[in-house]
Design a binder for this molecule. Sequence first.
Ligand code: UDP
Ligand code: MG
Length: 316
Amino acid sequence: MCADASSPTVTLIIPVFNEEAVLPELFDRLTAVFNGHAGCRWHTVLVNDGSRDRTAELVRQQAGKDPRFELLELTRNFGFQAALAAGLAHATGDAIITMDADLQDPPELLPALVARWREGAEVVRAVRRTRQETGLRRIGMDVFHGLFGRLSDFPVEANTGTFGLMSRDAVDALNQLPERHRFFPGLRTWVGFTTGDVTYDRQERAAGEPGQTFPKLVRYALDGVFSFSRLPLRLLTYTGMIISGLGFSIGVFFIVRRLLGIEIAQTGFTTLVTLVLFLGGVQLIGIGILGEYLGRIYDEAKQRPLFIVRRSAGRP
Ligand code: UDP
Ligand code: MG
């Protein structure tokens, strides 16, 4: 895989947020993979996204023992996407791999990703053959992918997440995208490049609780939709047109009846209340959708950095 003289550097970017429970196993399994494929020069950047447990300490210990590990500390919890962006901005290396810390993305797949890259793919996506999420989380993800596929101009493969590899050039291109509300799989599709896939079975989280709580996932999904599609705005316009058309037709209908002298009964309270509530609702949804876009413009206009790095420990 990396057997020839060139021995490329492969940098791993792993955002960590309160992951003390999985880190020992993560380090063990990564080290085993690295040692098994010593032809590549492996480097791991663990981006500590404001953890409140012993995560930073454990990473620092590991970096002290093994220079292939490095800690990049953010000043607070900026969220998974920002932590990922921090890692990508920081990553040197000929190929950059993005993965979760919780071992849902198995480290044993890394050689396959690198091999696919060596065969010529500049972006390698790890595609899940099976998933582990269940219940509300799973339903939410399925609904999101269905919706995103229909709405976006850049549909992403439904069974991919952040796990994958990007070449130096692809990461440089991605780092040029300055937007604040980031949806990584969408951005990765947007930059283009030759794309290849590697399939795997998604694992259970090895230990600990998901830091990506359900509300965070919903926000992430909204970022995906509103950063990659203007279709919601167009749908509003269409809805407005349809309702106006209906209103006009009903108006004409009643005027004609009146002119023909057909008596109009003074009932219809229920109809009226329903209509008022329905139209009020549609308008509020419309304002909400406008607000989603406006809020994003507001955030972009402020030009705040996506993340603040505290210090870089363990970097050679
Ligand atoms: N994570 C993070 N910041 C957060 C939440 C999560 O850096 O605010 C990291 C977390 O440590 C893990 C990865 O993001 O490495 C994925 O998180 P999680 O497993 O909770 O989410 P999933 O995507 O599996 O639902
Ligand atoms: Mg996870």
